[in-house]
Design a protein. Structure first.
Length: 72
């Protein structure tokens, strides 16, 4: 169940909404208008390649370098 970011075309506020299905009707929480657009957010992009460890370290997850071009 993804959370998407939207902007109301009427009152221009940005908001997030949990989408339970493709037939969900989404309206602005401020003005209740359904004239909204889904925004592209950083979380909607899938990256290929290596990921840094989740421990907060800035070292590469595969070669222990701090300046590896394959994952930085």
């Amino acid at each position: 169940m993804p959370i998407y970011e939207y902007r109301c075309k009427t009152c221009k506020i940005k908001f997030e909404c949990l989408v339970l299905g493709s037939d969900s009707s989404i309206s602005c929480p401020e003005c209740t208008d359904e004239n909204i657009e889904r925004l592209m957010s950083a979380y909607s992009f899938k990256s290929s390649g290596n990921y840094a460890p989740s421990s907060g370290s800035t070292e590469c997850s595969t070669c222990s370098s701090k300046n590896c071009s394959s994952c930085h």
